[in-house]
Structure formats: C-alpha cells, structure tokens
Design a protein around this ligand. Structure first.
Ligand code: 1GP
Length: 240
C-alpha cells in the first residue's frame, strides 16, 4: 500500500523520534511499537546529519512493521531508507526560504538521489506556542483563539493541492491545539490531516481524535514517559 493511502485512512497514532534528542531511540521505538503505534516519524529542528538519519531509520526499520516516515527539519535529514517523507512547506513562515526555498533544494535532492522515496506534500501550519519549529522557521503561529484563521490556511492548502496539512502546536507545547481549531481545519481540508504538539494524556488525545484527523503525533511523551504511549494509543482507537 502506498503511504498516502495508509495515512488518509482512519485515525492513526504516530510516534515522533528526534534523533538529536534521543540517543536511546531504539528503546523508544520498541515502547511505541509495543503500545500499538501506527507509524514512526523521524526528524527534528536541529543537529541531525544525513548519515545519522540513514542509520537511525535503518535501525528502526529492523524492528518496525509500520511505516517509518521522514519529518525533516532541514535538508540534511533526507534518506531513502524511509518509507516516505513529509515534504513540508511552512505556510505561515515569514521567510520565503521555509515556504519554497528549502523545497526547491530538497526537490532536486529527492529527484536525483532518493527517487524511490514517496513524498507527501504537506502544508505545515504552526499554531499556539509553535515551539522550536516555529522559532527556527521564522513563523507567526496562529493564536488558539482564532480557529477561523487556521481554517483559512487549511483551505488555501486544499486549493493549492497539498496532500496533507500538519497542524502543529510545537514540540513540548504547553497546550495542544484546541478541539475547535482541529474541527475547523478538518472541515476545511479533505485530505490527510496530521495534528501534533503538546499531547500528553489520554484525555487530550481523545479530544483531538474526536475531530477525526488522520494522524495524531506524540513526541515529547515518547521521550519522557514512553510507558504512557499505550494510554494514548488506546484513547485514540477507542474514540473511533
Ligand atoms: C512536534 O507535533 C510534534 O513536531 C509532537 O509534539 O513533542 O509535544 O508531542 P510533542
């Protein structure tokens, strides 16, 4: 099955592993897989080189029966070892480099060196805190009180033709994107909707899952309390 078809079906849980933060990434991956996660995202904002990314993905793939997908914070995070890549454009960046500049460079790298990697064009929309991703990408995150603006960005992503929207509160955000915002974005965008940032409990995961995104991502929890991943996965699945 192609990655797109896998992602667009149902409500799934993905575990984010940042190789720069997690030297014990295999332990986290094992916890996540045992908990029933549906996929692993690999990437981060800083400090990851290409050879490291290739090794981390290769290692995770030896134990994973679910897709391993790149979530690149920079051009050095591309490798053909993965099952696909979120080809991200930061829609609410103020710097054209993060909207289209890095993508021009990345596109040539993909075409020339990684032609087998399935690329999922993804509108990255930063909201609330925005976290490191928001800061590094020179973004102006959308306030939680304005789901209408988030929906307007998602509608633009739909008309432009993106395959996915990633509604991102930022890794380690104090609060996840509120259900009203997820609902508004879900209504505006008919393809893959990914939601992440600040989800640390079963209740928070359920609240997001009820709005029927396609993928709910947890990263910080996987690093800090991987034993809690089972609760998150259960909350997402039982909310269906
Ligand atoms: C960050 O959306 C992901 O890019 C996950 O966020 O680390 O807060 O779970 P957390």
């Amino acid at each position: 099955m192609k990655l797109y078809e896998y992602l667009v079906e149902g409500v799934k849980h993905f575990t984010l592993i940042d190789p720069d933060k997690s030297v014990d990434y295999l332990r986290i991956a094992k916890h996540a897989l045992d908990a029933g996660t549906d996929g692993i995202l690999v990437g981060g904002s800083l400090g990851i080189r290409e050879s490291q990314m290739a090794q981390v993905v290769r290692d995770i793939k030896t134990m994973a029966h679910v897709p391993v997908v790149l979530f690149p914070g920079s051009l050095t995070q591309l490798t053909e070892e993965a099952d696909g890549v979120l080809f991200l454009s930061v829609l609410n960046s103020l710097d054209p480099y993060f909207i289209v500049g890095a993508q021009v460079q990345g596109a040539v790298l993909l075409a020339k060196h990684f032609p087998r990697l399935e690329a999922i064009s993804t509108a990255y929309i930063l909201v609330g805190d925005g976290g490191a991703a928001g800061f590094i990408s020179m973004s102006r995150p959308i306030p939680y009180t304005r789901p209408d603006i988030a929906a307007a960005y998602a509608l633009a992503a739909s008309y432009i033709g993106f395959k996915a929207v990633y509604l991102e509160a930022g890794s380690g955000a104090p609060q996840p994107a509120p259900p009203e915002m997820v609902r508004a974005v879900r209504k505006a965008f008919p393809r893959i909707l990914i939601v992440g940032g600040g989800i640390r409990s079963g209740e928070a995961a359920s609240a997001v899952a009820r709005e029927k995104p396609n993928v709910i991502v947890t990263g910080t929890l996987a690093e800090e309390r991987p034993e809690k991943l089972g609760e998150i996965v259960k909350a997402i699945k039982s909310g269906l």
